[in-house]
Design a binder for this molecule. Structure first.
Ligand code: SF4
Ligand code: SF4
Length: 370
């Protein structure tokens, strides 16, 4: 296993981490939790020492399953995470007790006295992030001073410069963000800034929500000169960034663990800039795709344009009409009728770095609701 230093801590973490939101749901629903726990135990055997979990994953059983495994290994050899936000606390005005109860529940489920990385979870934009900081950061610091959590980190779906703004506050030891061969061109500034500031960078969604392995022709360039599958190569692409500490691999089976291990065999780290130069030259032109850069933000109708355009990406890449609607509802929880709020002002198109026909695409999406 290839290990990297987590930011400016003394923690050596595996270049691939175990994402625990993909335990076998048939086993989860049948109560076969010990069977699910074989996955982290196998990952441990293979040297994967970064385990990322959270409340609610896998019908709220992920922490319990992960804890079953954690109780059977040398605790000091695993770095385990969990997460909290207003959603898991059930209120936008949490008290210290609410926060504590949630944290203690995670500790109990994980059979541990401490969590290595505790996330301020799923910050969608700067406004939401600020509200969470105002309400929760003091509770995080108190829990840290008592040794219940070791590092305060955040996870984010923010775009472009917003991540840099959070990084610059210096409040966090690390971050968890989505990064992959689809959106890398415009996520680089955030990961570079975090790396420069001594933060660890953990990546979720390294395979673009499955879009990369599901479109092997479009992404076969990632496998050139290797004996890797497209899925393995997509993971390696992320892990090979010098600025990225851990690429999370969601594993349902032991074969998925083996894939993750293979992806970082003999890993060579390179700066993000060099990776862009290399793949920009080699890869197909993905000109019709939204890169998630977020430069179109500021819609007067508050339409979340990058999310709609991300769903449109799925249609283009898969060449399947129904992927658009399933991405919107399944991933973003957005009804297509929200796209009909567009008043065709054109402001977003004038800012779009990919020069996408956003208004036309929104019309097409809105029509799905009829
Ligand atoms: S064209 Fe539509 S989506 Fe774009 S900024 Fe104007 S209202 Fe928003
Ligand atoms: S629609 Fe254009 S500006 Fe907006 S996120 Fe996508 S590529 Fe960037």
């Amino acid at each position: 296993m290839y290990y990297k230093q987590y930011g400016n801590t003394d923690m050596k973490v595996s270049a691939v981490g175990l994402g625990t939101m993909r335990y076998d749901m048939e086993d989860v629903r049948a109560g076969r939790l010990e069977k699910c726990a074989e996955i982290p135990l196998y990952a441990y055997e293979k040297g994967i020492n970064y385990w990322d979990t959270a409340p609610t994953y896998c019908d709220d059983k992920s922490e319990i399953i992960t804890g079953l495994a954690l109780s059977q290994v040398d605790r000091s050899k695993v770095f385990v995470t969990s997460k909290v936000n207003f959603g898991t606390l059930g209120t936008e005005h949490p008290t210290r007790d609410t926060f504590r109860r949630r944290l203690e529940m995670s500790l109990d489920r994980l059979h541990t006295d401490y969590i290595d990385f505790y996330h301020m979870w799923c910050m969608l934009n700067l406004e939401s992030w600020q509200k969470h900081v105002d309400a929760l950061y003091g509770f995080f610091e108190e829990a840290k001073s008592e040794g219940l959590i070791r590092n305060i980190v955040f996870s984010s779906h923010m775009q472009g410069n917003d991540i840099e703004t959070v990084v610059e506050t210096g409040k966090f030891k690390g971050m968890l963000i989505g990064y992959n061969a689809l959106n890398y061109r415009f996520r680089q500034s955030g990961i570079k800034k975090a790396h420069e500031n001594g933060m660890g960078v953990v990546v979720m969604n390294p395979l673009g929500g499955g879009m990369i392995p599901q479109n092997p022709d479009a992404f076969s360039y990632l496998t050139e000169g290797t004996d890797l599958t497209v899925a393995q190569a997509g993971l390696r692409f992320v892990a090979s960034h010098k600025e990225i500490t851990v690429a999370l691999a969601g594993c349902t089976t032991k074969a998925h663990v083996d894939d993750a291990v293979k992806a970082v065999e003999n890993l060579v780290e390179e700066p993000a800039e060099e990776i862009v130069a290399k793949y920009n030259a080699k890869g197909p032109a993905l000109n019709d795709l939204c890169t998630g850069c977020g430069y179109c933000k500021g819609c007067p109708q508050d339409i979340e344009i990058p999310k709609f355009m991300d769903a449109y990406n799925q249609k283009i890449l898969s060449k399947k009409e129904d992927r658009l609607a399933s991405r919107l509802s399944g991933h973003w929880n957005l009804p297509p009728e929200k796209a009909s709020a567009c008043i065709q002002c054109g402001s977003c198109e004038s800012k779009c770095t990919q020069h996408l026909p956003i208004m036309e695409r929104l019309k097409e999406i809105a029509a799905l609701a009829q």
